[in-house]
Design a protein around this ligand. Structure first.
Ligand SMILES: Cc1cc2nc3c(=O)[nH]c(=O)nc-3n(C[C@H](O)[C@H](O)[C@H](O)COP(=O)(O)OP(=O)(O)OC[C@H]3O[C@@H](n4cnc5c(N)ncnc54)[C@H](O)[C@@H]3O)c2cc1C
Length: 530
């Protein structure tokens, strides 16, 4: 495993292809320092003995100890640990830990490349290519971003119908030694500090969209790739330093006739699998949100409770109500992720069929619970900000800049007029409002809110997933029975209900070959696809 310093040294050697505010920028430019320190935590924490097994895992490919961010989940325990690692690290970073796109993208490609090869009856070697790439990725402890979101042009047109054929990243040319890709992915978090870019499709595809069914990985400084970066740092502080300064970047990634050799290609034209890959990455990423959103909730809750104390209103009844609401959102989001981990299997949900075996045996979190949790906590983002705003009053919007507290003409006056609670030092009160200003009403705070709302898919995407996968018809039949209508079925849900499986039964099921276990449903799924 690498150290943070080795990670940064690796970035310093990369080709300059980052554009920021009109100029080329080095990866180790000081404006990227806060982001580098945030990802750096994933290296520092993995090296600590107390985090062994939480931030580290054993590679199923090499048997070596690796950073969990490069791991393929092979048990429900792996899924639980990924969720808990994410919550812990996001708490320590005071926000997004920024390395989850890589683990979510690699887990998705691992499964889909396998299934695509199976459908192609050995004519392709996507999975072999991917495993070779993954082995290096794990050994060298690399950081990957996941480039999924396309620019998408006219939202009502599918990829092949767009007037601009590059509105979605596509295969422009097929050569004997690789493919040439063209298009642009946007909002790609931490691409400017990533070693590798995992590129996958955004949406369900049709046969005519086959050139858009493309997945590959290239180094983030690859020839033909340009990144236009936005950096989201908090306002610099000279005197009143923060405990930790999180940072974040996002990139427009322009693939300008970019050549990708076959050994780095994991899907090239299999449109049905392209759609599954889009959904599977979203699923793994929504599972990550069940770790990070509770952590952001921990920060919101702590900030709300402190704001109430600084204002000396913490005993007022409406504060209890607000804090209870925050706790319910935090822990329901976590509970949904916990259940998604616990029900994880080497299976995916096929509409109309149910869960069917999928991939070479790695574990996939339960789809309903991932989507329910991410939607609930995504929609709560602005409600949480509203609670913070209501409790704190207007102070965060107009709190004087730090140098005013150092100016001898006004410093004492400011200390006199910023004091609220008699029980907290005035210095701490001022430091708290500076923090809450960052979080609640800075430019960066606003950007983070949009990311927390839309990242992993806008709430409407989760609503589509939930309502198409949930068995609403069965509920109608139950109500028909209870109401005494025709066509009712009293037992329908009892038959379908998810039931607790003791650890011994799970261990037995895990040993059995996954594909044989549910052969009938797999057959049904194939028939359905046809
Ligand atoms: C800070 C941040 C970080 C991100 N990081 C990443 C990342 O690392 N990797 C990555 O791949 N993506 C990333 N994303 C992208 C994120 O997943 C998308 O923002 C999200 O999926 C929504 O897509 P969009 O922004 O293109 O929204 P749009 O598609 O532009 O949606 C805008 C509105 O139009 C509606 N709409 C769209 N299409 C239709 C349609 N056909 N019919 C009806 N209504 C429609 C939507 O529901 C929504 O209400 C990030 C986003 C943010 C803000």
């Amino acid at each position: 495993m690498r150290t943070k310093q080795q990670y940064i040294k690796g970035l310093s050697k990369m080709r300059r292809n980052l554009y920021f505010d009109g100029e080329l920028m080095d990866r180790t430019d000081e404006r990227q320092t806060d982001t580098l320190n945030t990802i750096g935590l994933t290296y520092e924490e993995a090296a600590k003995p107390e985090n062994e097994g939480l931030c580290t895992a054993i590679s199923h490919l090499t048997g070596e100890k690796i950073n969990r961010y490069t791991h393929i989940h092979h048990s429900t325990e792996d899924l639980h640990r990924k969720q808990d690692m994410t919550r812990m690290l996001c708490c320590k970073a005071g926000g997004c830990i920024e390395r989850c796109m890589g683990i979510d993208g690699t887990n998705a490609v691992y499964n889909v490349s396998y299934e695509a090869d199976r459908s192609n009856k050995g004519a392709t070697e996507y999975h072999k290519n991917f495993k070779k790439w993954l082995t290096r990725f794990q050994k060298e402890d690399l950081v990957a971003c996941c480039a999924q979101t396309d620019v998408k042009g006219d939202r009502l047109l599918r990829p092949a119908d767009q007037p601009n054929p590059d509105a979605y990243v596509r295969i422009k040319e097929r050569l004997s030694d690789g493919i040439v890709v063209s298009g642009c992915k946007l909002h790609i978090s931490e691409a400017s500090v990533a070693d590798e870019v995992v590129c996958i499709p955004t949406r369900a595809l049709r046969a005519e969209d086959k050139d858009y069914a493309v997945a590959f990985a290239v180094p983030a400084d690859w020839e033909g790739l340009k990144q236009v970066v936005t950096i989201h740092n908090f306002r610099e502080r000279q005197y009143f330093k923060r405990g930790f300064v999180p940072g974040q970047t996002d990139s427009y990634m322009i693939f300008d006739n970019c050549f990708v050799p076959w050994e780095r290609v994991f899907l090239a034209g299999e449109w049905q699998h392209g759609g599954t890959l889009a959904l599977l990455f979203a699923l793994f990423h929504r599972h990550s949100y069940s770790g990070c959103k509770p952590a952001i909730g921990d920060l919101v809750l702590g900030a709300a409770a402190l704001a109430a104390e600084v204002n000396n209103i913490h005993k007022a009844p409406h504060i209890r109500e607000a804090l209870a609401e925050l706790i319910m959102t935090i822990e329901l989001g976590y509970a949904a992720g916990y259940t998604a981990s616990d029900l994880g299997k080497p299976e995916v949900y096929m509409p109309g069929v149910g869960f069917v075996p999928y991939g070479p045996g790695s574990y996939i979190p339960n789809s309903i619970y991932c989507n329910v949790g991410r939607c609930l906590s995504g929609e709560a983002v602005y409600r949480e900000q509203e609670i913070l705003c209501a409790i704190s009053g207007g102070v965060t919007a107009t709190f004087p800049h730090e140098k005013d507290f150092k100016n001898k003409d006004i410093a004492n006056l400011l200390m006199k007029y910023t004091r609220r609670s008699p029980n907290i030092s005035t210095e701490d009160q001022a430091q708290f409002w500076r923090y809450l200003g960052d979080f609640l009403c800075s430019a960066t705070g606003g950007i983070l809110n949009v990311g927390n709302y839309h990242g992993g898919g806008s709430p409407v995407m989760e609503q589509i997933a939930i309502t198409t996968q949930y068995d609403i018809e069965a509920r109608k039949k139950l109500v028909r029975y209870i109401a005494g209508m025709s066509g009712g079925d009293r037992d329908i849900l009892a038959k379908k209900q998810v039931k607790y499986e003791p650890p011994s039964a799970r261990a037995k099921a895990a040993k059995a070959p996954a594909r044989k276990a549910t052969k009938t449903s797999a057959k049904k799924a194939t028939a359905k696809k046809k």
